[in-house]
Design a protein around this ligand. Structure first.
Ligand SMILES: Nc1ncnc2c1ncn2[C@@H]1O[C@H](COP(=O)(O)OP(=O)(O)OP(=O)(O)O)[C@@H](O)[C@H]1O
Length: 240
């Protein structure tokens, strides 16, 4: 049986009077990297907010490891990285991590582990404000990893990164999944789809496909995920 990390049933979210998530039902498994792909504005960030428990939901349920999303008991078990870097520019890499480690009540040894995890050992004493965009993103990722989370939610973590760094980060996500974490990553870059074990394709607040990349390609007969996505969108329009 699939080991469930996240279980979403009939989720609807209205923001500013507009239906942003429309009747979503899916699961995110532990031990896998699940990609959330879809065009800008389709509702990816809103869905991630609902999973980490910071989004008011209109209807349906979101459970994480069997608990309602947002439960206090889940706080330490979830690592969430938003699109905006949430670290202090005037502190060094190590000082940032030490600060958040104190907030979480985790030890100094974990700080060093997380610095190594995101490959910032050489930069550990540099002020974050003087790092590159990609290095700064990795500091946020390291902060999210401090509590050794069982669910890692990453909102477009590879935006603005060069191809080498992107590859490194995806390898990190797979290493974390291999250690048992449920890794949920959003992207609007379709060529990142092949790096996921499973894909949720979203459009206009709906999940239009939920499958492995290989199964999606086989089902549509498309040569790449972008074409498969367009085929699925076209088929959904015909069904309407
Ligand atoms: N605070 C808000 N009030 C009202 N509508 C909002 C609010 N925040 C987002 N929306 C709307 O909800 C929809 C989904 O936004 P969301 O940020 O979830 O999309 P996204 O897929 O993450 O986009 P992107 O890839 O550009 O980050 C958009 O149409 C957006 O305009």
């Amino acid at each position: 049986m699939m080991n469930k990390g996240v279980d979403v049933t009939s989720l609807r979210v209205v923001r500013g009077g507009r239906l942003v998530l429309d009747d979503l039902t899916f699961e995110v498994a532990a031990g896998q990297v699940t990609g959330l792909l879809g065009p800008s504005g389709c509702g990816k960030s809103t869905l991630m907010r609902a999973i980490v428990g910071v989004q008011r939901i209109t209807a349906g349920t979101v459970r994480v490891f069997g608990e309602p999303a947002g439960s206090a008991s889940l706080r330490r078990r979830i690592g969430y990285v938003t699109q905006a870097p949430s670290v202090y520019d005037d502190l060094t890499v190590a000082e940032n991590l030490a600060f958040f480690a104190r907030v979480l009540g985790v030890g100094a040894d974990r700080v060093e582990e997380c610095v190594r995890l995101v490959d910032l050992v050489e930069q550990r004493s540099q002020v974050v404000g003087r790092l590159s965009g990609g290095q700064r993103s990795r500091v946020s990722l390291a902060v999210a990893m401090l509590g050794d989370p069982a669910l890692i939610v990453l909102d477009e973590p590879t935006v603005g990164l060069d191809p080498v760094l992107r590859k490194d980060l995806w390898e990190t996500f797979h290493r974390l999944a291999a250690e048992g974490a449920a890794v949920f990553v959003s992207s609007h870059v379709m060529d990142e789809a092949n790096r996921c074990d499973r894909l949720l394709l979203m459009r206009d607040g709906r999940v239009i496909a939920d499958d492995s990349p290989a199964a999606l390609l086989e089902r549509t007969g498309a040569a790449d995920i972008e074409t498969a996505f367009l085929d699925i969108v076209a088929a959904a329009e015909v069904d309407r």
